[in-house]
Ligand binder design. Structure first.
Ligand SMILES: *Cc1c(COP(=O)(O)O)cnc(C)c1O
Length: 418
């Protein structure tokens, strides 16, 4: 299901030509396809239809209210990592009883907000956090539902910055310590043990790390049962990769079938926290070529989007396909370009060595920009963040206005005159 297609030499989002969107709303501009989002969620869920399951969209991958609202309407739960994301999910109409709260640094205030909302589960990442949560819940006269995030120590075979399941990172508790921390939890007055949680990393393109992690989690679940600690749900996190160029990530139905096979006849609910896999290929970043510049060894296309709009290339050296919105008839004029932004950093690039037929003023679409695009955008270089558009068939909806420059320093003050 690809909702960004070429029609008459022009790239479209569903039925709308991207050059039309650029002329109406300006660039840089994020464009999402409602049907791509809907299909991704439905396909992911379909694989688990026969099982007791909950799909919690990982809000940090794209926290747009419109996207959260769309997923909430489709029945999604949400994986949050901050009080801010909790507020967003509630504002978007998300069901608090379908929220899981992950993250290594939950503050007491965030815990209170989540307890007040009545979330589904806290994914606790340390013994200290467990103690604090017990205290906060006790002060409020509430019982906190918890899973311990365990670190199964499997290699997700992905970029080190987005691998989280190995021993030496800040996430989760060591596998070897999990049983004893569960026993501590079982003795706490205001903690209710509900599940076991793991999340081993992101942009994982093979099934085996997921299966290895699930094996480890099931061993722990059995050990807990032997110690009289009953687990109601297993949260297997997110991390399924998408195709940015030539990766072949697991198909959703293959992933689901493999997971269900491993679960066997156990009577536990399965929770998943996909982010990128649901939104990554449902969005593009639309940008205009401002200047073309030739140096001795390189050709540069300087575009009006930059690392502040899409940080992944600068941060992870990530690859995004870059397409011209309107295909030029003179393809023989194609040159190899560095696609770079206006930000004053040499790391400010969107793509290296792209062979394209281009002229100044042309529009480019940075593909697969729906996940960790706008959500990681900043105002670096005092650049307003881009407008976001959701396309639904032939209609365009502004789901976030372009920021205004005056707003960028509206909260600031100069010192009073001496
Ligand atoms: C980031 C994150 C996810 C989502 O990861 P994706 O690779 O986008 O699927 C899920 N769970 C936790 C705990 C995370 O930190």
């Amino acid at each position: 299901m690809n909702s960004f297609t070429q029609k008459n030499d022009t790239l479209h989002a569903e039925n709308v030509a991207l050059n039309q969107i650029a002329s109406e709303f300006g660039t840089p501009c994020y464009v999402y396809s409602k049907s791509a989002l809907t299909h991704a969620f439905e396909r992911f869920s379909a694989g688990f239809a026969a099982a007791n399951h909950l799909v919690c969209f990982a809000v940090k991958s794209n926290p747009s209210l419109a996207i959260l609202n769309l997923f909430a309407t489709l029945g999604a739960g949400f994986d949050i990592v901050s009080g801010g994301e909790l507020a967003r999910v509630l504002a978007a109409g998300g069901d608090p009883k379908k929220i899981v709260f992950s993250g290594v640094g939950k503050s007491a205030v965030e815990m209170q907000a989540a307890l007040n909302a009545g979330i589904f589960c806290f994914n606790v990442e340390s013994a200290s956090e467990l103690n604090r949560l017990n205290k906060v819940a006790s002060d409020m006269g509430k019982i906190a539902p918890v899973s311990l995030r365990v670190n199964p120590n499997v290699d997700a075979k992905t970029h080190p910055y987005i691998s989280t399941g190995l021993k030496n990172n800040k996430f989760g508790v060591a596998y070897e310590d999990a049983l004893s921390i569960y026993q501590q939890a079982a003795a706490m007055s205001n903690i209710a043990i509900h599940g076991v949680d793991c999340h081993i990393g992101s942009q994982i393109t093979e099934l085996s790390p997921f299966l290895d992690a699930f094996d480890r989690v099931l061993l722990l679940v059995d050990a807990l049962e032997e110690h009289g600690i009953h687990i109601q749900h297993i949260d297997l996190g997110g991390g399924i990769g998408i195709c940015y160029s030539d990766e072949t990530p697991p198909e959703f139905n293959a992933y689901a079938a493999a997971m269900l096979a491993k679960l066997g006849k156990r009577n536990v609910k399965l929770v998943f926290e996909p982010g990128r896999a649901l939104v990554g290929n449902a969005g593009v970043l639309l940008t205009k070529v401002e200047y073309i510049k030739h140096t001795e060894s390189k050709n540069f296309a300087i575009v009006d989007a930059a690392m502040n709009d899409l940080m992944r290339p600068a941060l992870y050296d990530a690859y995004h396909d870059i397409k011209t919105v309107q295909t030029r008839s003179d393809q023989s004029s194609a040159l190899t370009y560095e696609i770079v932004g206006p930000v004053c950093e040499s790391g400010d690039f969107l793509g290296h060595d792209r062979k394209l037929a281009l002229a100044e003023g042309d529009l480019l679409a940075i593909m697969s920009a729906g996940a960790y695009g706008m959500s990681m955008a900043s105002n670096y270089n005092t650049r307003p963040r881009a407008v976001e558009i959701m396309v639904d068939g032939s209609q365009c909806h502004v789901i976030r206005k372009r920021e205004r420059i005056a707003d960028l320093f509206a909260l600031e003050a100069v010192l009073p005159k001496p």
